[in-house]
Design a protein around this ligand. Structure first.
Ligand code: ADP
Ligand code: MG
Length: 215
């Protein structure tokens, strides 16, 4: 019996670094180092498994449309994407951080909330931020940014930001403080729902191998 070809989408940076030991434990060794290679499609020791390297926020899109069968994506990115067409069988427990609201050190967030102040909030995570403030019954003006959110309150662009925080080092370095946790974040294995049915013989053993590598 021939095994179906399977493509796994990863993103450079934390997800890639922290996925490599799990891949290795699952018996998958890339033909070259995806962190340093300029290639975006990388073969592995398992002839039927290919890696592709895409932007973190593009991983769910590749998997949703079946251009990749599997992927590793942060819960932050999945919350923004919505998860359509994706099966999310496994929390890999890697790239852990928290989605948080942060404000300048001197800003009294609790008082602003209490007074019903209309805050300007800069973020890359519009969906997550919108849902969070709606749940709190707060009116906010969301400003979409693509990076370096910390700069927004320092320049007067926004009163607050919604961003990922791991150690808090970046916030401290920019005289900001975290005031609210929106959700804990870690990376999940995602699978195209149709591929899981059509290529079950190839994908199921990979899922088992990842589950074992995580445990
Ligand atoms: P990019 O800057 O292209 O978004 P990153 O490598 O910074 O790429 O982030 C990729 C993913 O890693 C995010 O979607 C998130 O799930 C996770 N992540 C981001 N920042 C942190 C952090 N400070 N600590 C742990 N995980 C993080
Ligand atoms: Mg980053």
């Amino acid at each position: 019996m021939t095994v179906s070809a399977v493509t796994l989408a990863l993103s450079k940076g934390r997800i890639l670094e922290e996925s490599m030991p799990l891949l290795k434990a699952a018996g998958i060794v890339p033909a070259e180092n995806p962190a340093t290679s300029r290639k975006l499609i990388i073969a592995t020791n398992r002839k039927w498994v290919t890696l592709i390297v895409v932007r973190a926020s593009d991983v769910p899109t590749y998997v949703q449309y079946g251009a990749a069968d599997l992927g590793v994506a942060g819960k932050d990115v999945l919350a923004e994407h919505g998860g359509a067409g994706l099966y999310q069988p496994l929390d890999l427990g890697i790239a852990r951080c928290r989605m948080m609201v942060a404000v300048p050190d001197h800003f009294d967030y609790a008082a602003a909330v209490k007074q019903g102040a209309r805050l300007r909030v800069a973020t890359k995570y519009l969906q997550t931020a919108r849902e969070h403030f709606a749940r709190k019954g707060m009116h906010v003006d969301l400003i979409k940014l693509y990076g370096s959110m910390e700069l927004a309150p320092l320049t007067g662009l926004a009163d607050a930001i919604v961003d990922l925080v791991a150690t808090g080092g970046t916030l401290r370095a920019n005289k900001l403080k975290a005031v609210e946790t929106i959700m804990p974040v870690s990376a999940r294995l995602i699978v195209n729902q149709a591929a899981l049915k059509l290529k079950r013989a190839a994908i199921a053993p990979l899922l088992d191998a990842f589950a074992e590598a995580v445990a």
